[in-house]
Write a protein that binds this ligand. Structure first.
Ligand code: GLN
Length: 393
């Protein structure tokens, strides 16, 4: 048989999603894949059911139902201070995932480079490979996950087509400051590069952290693709409704890729998304409070069990050093640590190396997510107490 595509040979399946499958098989507690195990608001369920009953069951307008594009622009104006025309500047996609790959496909020519902060959300690696871009990685250094301005500047050059910025950040919990975004914007302007921002965690912020959208910075409106979705803000990760906001020149290309990739995101869920985007500020305040409490709870559980971690400023993940626990579990690297942890405690995590290009499984870290029910988080605490701490507590 002839060999299959070399492109697909060069990356592995998602470790995050593989961990979910192992966790389900072990009947474990899934602190690996970032999705809530609690219900979305009833109002949204009703809106989706109503849309189905009202006959919204055929293909949507390929680049997004007009009501949703209008709602996306109204919300972006209100929350982000971003001006966008629903007619020309929005593409509704199957989640932020499709928005990202459609954007890359729309931008990249052979030989183009993209700048990516490392550690990075797993998908960006394969996204680069699938679109043919060469990634240039810029390290974020813990515990505060800052970057070195000179290293960032050195990653840009005449071949740079784009930079991917995920803020609030998965997996680190970093929230890029206005000053950091300014630095990035200056480089985009200098090298005629596009900023592709994944802002899916924009509402999940702690300790007074503020979310700033790159597209609102001087000179950046025409060269930023702002990606988002309803998945995380409204706890509906399975609905697969996301979008990309970008100036007409970019959106025309993104829409073409999207049309031939997926035709459209599910019609009834697009109509339910309109209801979600109309939620009042109090909804987001409650969401943040809920996750802030879960963050405090999980960090305490982790520290008592022997992990070391810094509190994230946004999103719902925490990268934890497992240090001395490796020996106790007989783990030689982060992948075997994750495997041993699930066997020993039934708690699923993601090995830190999944977020690096070449870490060789030796990051000494695993990622936990805390977007879970209290019941799940308490079960994790009890399991760690019983099975991780010598003699219990
Ligand atoms: N963003 C989620 C995570 O990092 C997973 C998203 C997905 O699996 N599509 O866990």
């Amino acid at each position: 048989m002839k060999s299959l595509s070399h492109i697909t040979e060069s990356f592995t399946e998602s470790v995050i999603r593989e961990m979910t499958r192992s966790c389900d098989a072990a009947g474990g507690y899934n602190l690996s894949q970032g999705f809530p195990d609690f219900e979305c608001p009833d109002e949204l369920k009703e809106a989706a059911i109503r849309a189905i009953r009202d006959g919204r069951n055929q293909y949507p307008v390929t680049f997004g139902e007009p009501e949703l594009r209008a709602a996306v622009c109204a919300k972006a104006a209100r929350y982000n201070g971003l001006v966008a025309d629903p007619g020309t500047d929005v593409t509704v996609t199957c989640g932020a995932t499709e928005a990202m790959i459609a954007t890359m496909k729309a931008l990249i020519n052979p030989g183009d480079e993209i700048v990516v902060f490392e550690p990075f959300y797993e998908n960006y690696g394969p996204d680069a490979i699938l679109s043919g871009a060469t990634p240039r990685f810029v390290p974020l250094r813990g515990p505060d996950w800052s970057f070195d301005g000179d290293q960032l500047a050195a990653a840009f050059g005449p071949r740079t087509k784009a930079i991917v910025v995920n803020t609030p950040n998965n997996p680190t919990g970093k929230v890029f400051t206005r000053q950091e975004l300014d630095q990035i914007a200056q480089l985009c302007l200098k090298w005629d590069a596009v900023a592709v921002t994944d802002e899916i965690y924009e509402h999940i912020l702690y300790d007074g952290a503020r979310h700033v959208s790159m597209a609102t910075l001087p000179g950046m409106a025409d060269r930023t693709v702002t990606i988002n979705s309803i998945s995380k803000s409204y706890s509906v990760t399975g609905w697969r409704v996301g979008w990309a906001i970008a100036a007409r020149r970019l959106t025309e290309r993104i829409r073409k890729v999207h049309d031939f990739l997926t035709v459209g995101a599910p019609t009834p869920f697009q109509h339910a998304a309109v209801v979600a985007l109309g939620f009042p500020d109090a909804y987001y305040e409650a969401l943040c409070r809920r996750y802030a409490e879960a963050r405090t709870f999980l960090i305490d559980v982790l520290e008592r069990a022997g992990f070391r971690c810094a509190a994230p400023r946004g999103a719902y993940y925490v990268m934890a050093d497992y240090g001395a626990l490796a020996e106790r579990l007989g783990a030689s690297d982060d992948t075997s640590f994750s495997r041993r942890l699930i066997e020993t405690t039934r708690v699923a995590t993601v090995p830190g190396s999944s977020f690096y290009s070449r870490a060789g499984n030796r990051t000494g870290q695993v990622r936990f997510c805390f977007c879970k029910r209290w019941e799940t988080l308490r079960a994790v605490r009890d399991s760690f107490r019983e099975r991780l701490l010598p003699g219990g507590e």
